[in-house]
Ligand binder design. Sequence first.
Ligand code: CA
Length: 711
Amino acid sequence: MNTSSQKHSTPSLIGRVRGGSLILLFLFIISPSVSAQQTTRVFSPDGLTYLDVKLADGHLSYSAGYRTVVKAKKKGMKADTLDVPMLLDSPLGVYTNVADFSKDLVFIQDSQSDEPIRQTYHLRQGKQSDITTENNDYNLMLSTPAAKKSGVQMAVHFRVFNNNIAYCYSFIQTGETSAIVVTGEASGFRLPTDATAFICPQSDPMIGWKRTKPSYEENYIWDKPITTRSQYGHGWTFPCLFKVPGKGGARSGSQATTDSWLLISETGVSSGYCGSHLSDATPDGLFTIAFPMEGENNGFGSTGAQLGIADSRISPNSAQAGITPWRTITFGPSLKPIVETTITWDVVEPLYEPSIDYKGSRNTWSWILWQDASINYDDQVRFIDLAADLGWEGCLIDGGWYENIGREGMERLFAYCKQKGVRPWVWYNSNGGWNDAPQCARQCMHNSIVRKQEMRWLQKHGVAGIKVDFFAGDKQETMRLYEALLSDANDYGIQVICHGCTLPRGWERMYPNYCGSEAVLASENLYFSQGFCDMEARHACLHPFVRNAVGSMEYGGTVLQRRLHRDPDKGNTRRTSDVFELATAIAFQCSGQNFALTPRNLTEQPQFEIDFMKQVPTTWDETRFIEGYPGKYIVLARRNADRWYVCAMNAEAAPKTVTIDLSMLSGFAPDKALLLTDGSNGSTPTAAQLKTDKRGRITLTLQPQCAAVVY
Ligand code: CA
């Protein structure tokens, strides 16, 4: 299913590392482009994104930005180009038990691709399906006097794409040492000090519900100075969005006419490393890579990473050995490169083949509005019926089933699913000994023996997927659990949703049966808190720019009941309009969507709302950002096969008027499209045949917390 091709003869990083000593050979046969004490500039294939790498006084650093064209001052004069710096001089390096690779670095060799490297691949469950990328490479090999004894050398690999830069480190064995421990990194990201941030703090370990944090469920700071102290003092979780003001902003010397945007994240984290995050920024704007906290995973397991440097002559599976995750930096003069970026998947590779042809799934889900009491046989039958009535693929049976329904009852539900043409999804606790979460089934996913036994049972009864909850943080120990869980599940043809968990880091491509992760304050908080309902529209207009830009987001949205409770007269009150809720089904990307529809919706909602929910897909071939501002509004288009789905959502307190040029969507057929709106007052949901002007545009006025959908 996944195809990968390198048209250019330069081998990929993986190829080089797989070659073991080949990496040395490769680096030495290319003539060096710089001497040790110079800055090397690398451009993206379009010549607009630049990276500068500098080795000076034994320290390696980098900076980056983009080139823009400045209009000629006078008629007849030539237009000029201007470099807009996005990352200022930022440190690189890794601390290991064999040497400190952040200082006393000695240049050995470097190499640069002499023409762009082209890659095409297919991604089943992301924002785009067929992806072609081009990038230029720069690789640098270094040692230190202290490292010489062990014979371990460090390489730094940069890839420069249009609007994206990624880098990682690898370690090479030249002596006896083939096992090293990484204790930290010097890797940093220095921003202009007048930049502002849309970022989430990392929580304390072992706090929250039954000591289950950190689980990436914290409140953002919105457009605040980058030097803001994080709530818990542990810094910020990926991804991190920043705005760099243009001319007129406080930054001295900025000549850019517009604000610039920057997204920093991490990808390619497998069992081979820990997940990292960013520290608080120093007063001069430097964020550095921070490793997991000691207390995560109930204190068990290292905060660092154990790396085996495999020798290809004796290690057939050395492709992933000795390599750190990629850090990714996406930027440009608008938010388009950020919303549309595929860098998270461009630099990773599938780690195994899919055992079956996995498909996206729309699931009913009783727990979100009917809560724990609904995890019983009769209520689950009602939600299986609901899935069948909607023509959806699945029904998720949430936590508590082992105690309240039992295995025998579950087998009857599985048989009922089969009869109704609905695939079951089943909830599990990831525990284990890492927290106190009491929901069952427990002790079924934490080790390979019980897991495989459980998965054999699930496969036998036609279960499509599992939702595994309450993981233990970002330590390598926990990353090993994620990978083992995903790999085992694939052996049984089962997809995996992670909940109460870390950010996925390239997993859609690395693990073909991976479906999605929570790692966000998700829809359950609507049930728990009126304050969260009041903020729902703002969050919905933030996620496509940040959390959901780098990974499938299992949010569990589209609530059509006015109040969030099984009893129509109880519970928190939803503030968003009906069409706003429909729009989130387009705005939030995840190949498995657990929607919050309930049986009442079938008779209470206007038919067009139900018709939309029957139609809306969960997998996308293309994503186009049209306009928006994080937390304020967004206009976004996604395509599935030959049908476009466009959403326009307003989270601001005032009405918002947007003009959308639908003619820019290739193959869009306006005469076949419907326009869904909330009416001029925001509370009369309406469906009508779409009418555009002669140029294929529509102008819409969106009331506060309202939206429009075109499909
Ligand atoms: Ca949660």
